[in-house]
Write a protein that binds this ligand. Structure first.
Ligand SMILES: Cc1cc2nc3c(=O)[nH]c(=O)nc-3n(C[C@H](O)[C@H](O)[C@H](O)COP(=O)(O)OP(=O)(O)OC[C@H]3O[C@@H](n4cnc5c(N)ncnc54)[C@H](O)[C@@H]3O)c2cc1C
Length: 405
């Protein structure tokens, strides 16, 4: 018997079949956080990565910001998801015995030079406890701009986090293994790869910006934006920042003395480091934090990758529908969606996804992993129905079918 979300066109299956082996496609932060979450729940995990090592795509940065999104609409699912995701990521970090190796959540400053933005942020911050966010008339910075101070914000080291997440003994990592096709036998999933066939009770797609390689219909729902971070040595600073900064661009410190500044945002640009993106990152920093750097030397190192964004800036997290029959079932009732009865028959058996984390995957991936574990194992979740619907992958298919541009 299927259990429904409040909206009948967004079905969630009741797990009746026992699950033991789960295959995850993609070893970035979305796949790796799922691997740890499910391994800790006692499942056996196979995780497949097409490249030589994990965390080479968007999760390949040395450091990034771990901060919430500021949104003035507290009841909006976008605002709620990203706020909860940040808190969940902070909690995850606090639980790790080797947390200093994985990030530095000991404070982050965020400011804007626009008076209107500042006023909005001040009002926003007043809703929360001081332990989470404070408005400060003078941030602890040499040039002392007013802005927000997040005592639990900071930098995450995604490459190290992914490696750490994959260390559980229930996890088997297959690198240089591109999953090219999936087929369900009626009992289990068969995965075809460059290294042969594999099988699993459940499969989770966590293939980030490369989703279109194997799942073109789902990949077509993602907009890819190239981002580049630049690496600065400690010597580049007049006084190196001791905490993470966010000002439109961002500064994230690493334990190796390198600071990542970023990140450029370019549509339809080829991957690879460019001087123009380095210049952009420097210009943002110089504008927000004059005289922070001791010289204007152009960085030569950094990392570039595609961010995979969705139309509503929320990730696609949850069970996967079989697109064609699902669309056929809803097309005639687009304008009366409440009259759609049962779409649960169009869910593919034990196929899940966590993609489209956009610019916020370092926080969003952890909450997504928890939600999928709860849905897959039919466990209670504290996330509201509205929020589960807001990230349901089928919402994007529904929109594409019923409200095409
Ligand atoms: C320059 C830049 C700066 C950023 N800064 C921040 C920040 O400060 N804070 C923040 O929260 N977020 C930041 N982000 C966003 C964040 O990095 C991403 O949201 C996150 O890394 C996405 O993780 P993912 O696992 O979904 O994708 P990825 O890390 O790209 O992982 C997907 C993996 O799947 C593999 N794969 C794909 N298809 C297959 C297949 N068929 N078979 C096998 N393997 C496959 C890929 O090789 C890849 O390794 C930034 C992104 C960029 C690009």
């Amino acid at each position: 018997m299927a259990r429904f979300f409040g909206k009948p066109w967004l079905p969630l299956p009741q797990t009746s079949v026992p699950i033991q082996q789960v295959a995850i496609i993609g070893a970035g932060i979305a796949g790796a956080s799922l691997a740890q979450e499910l391994a800790l729940a006692g499942l056996d995990i196979l995780i497949f990565e097409q490249t030589l090592v994990p965390a080479t795509g968007a999760s390949g940065n040395l450091a990034g910001n771990c901060l919430p999104i500021i949104d003035q609409r507290p009841d909006n699912p976008y605002a709620q998801w990203h706020w909860l995701a940040w808190q969940h990521a902070v909690h995850w970090w606090q639980q790790q015995p080797n947390r200093e190796q994985l990030g530095q959540l000991t404070g982050a400053a965020k400011w804007s030079t626009h008076a209107k933005t500042q006023a909005g942020w001040q009002a926003w911050a007043s809703r929360y406890e001081d332990s989470l966010v404070q408005w400060m008339d003078a941030l602890p910075l040499p040039h002392q701009p007013a802005g927000l101070w997040f005592p639990q914000g900071g930098s995450f080291y995604p490459r190290r986090i992914v490696q750490h997440l994959l260390t559980h003994s229930n996890i088997q990592l297959y690198t240089q293994t591109l999953i090219s096709q999936l087929a369900h036998t009626g009992q289990y999933w068969q995965l075809s790869s460059s290294q042969g066939l594999f099988q699993a009770d459940a499969v989770i797609i966590a293939s980030g910006a490369q989703t279109a390689l194997t799942f073109p219909e789902w990949g077509s729902l993602l907009q890819l934006n190239k981002g580049q971070v630049s690496h600065l040595p400690a010597t580049a600073w007049n006084s190196p920042p001791e905490f993470a900064l966010s000002y439109g661009g961002y500064v994230a410190t690493t334990p190796d003395g390198i600071t990542c500044i970023g990140a450029s945002f370019e549509q339809q640009a080829p991957l690879g480091l460019t001087d123009s993106a380095h210049l952009h990152n420097l210009a943002l920093l110089n504008q927000a934090y004059p005289n922070a750097l001791s010289s204007d030397t152009l960085p030569t190192q950094g990392h570039s990758a595609y961010r995979a964004n969705t139309y509503d800036h929320l990730p696609l997290v949850g069970p996967v529908v079989d697109i064609e029959p699902y669309q056929a079932a809803i097309r005639a009732r687009c304008h009366q969606p409440d009259t759609i009865t049962d779409t649960s028959a169009h869910l593919l058996p034990q196929l899940w996804m966590s993609i489209g984390h956009g610019s916020h995957g370092l926080t969003s991936a952890f909450l997504a992993a928890q939600l999928i574990r709860q849905q897959l194992l039919n466990q209670p979740t504290e996330l509201s129905l509205t929020l589960q619907q807001a990230v349901h992958p089928a919402r994007a298919i529904f929109r594409q079918c019923c409200y095409p541009k």
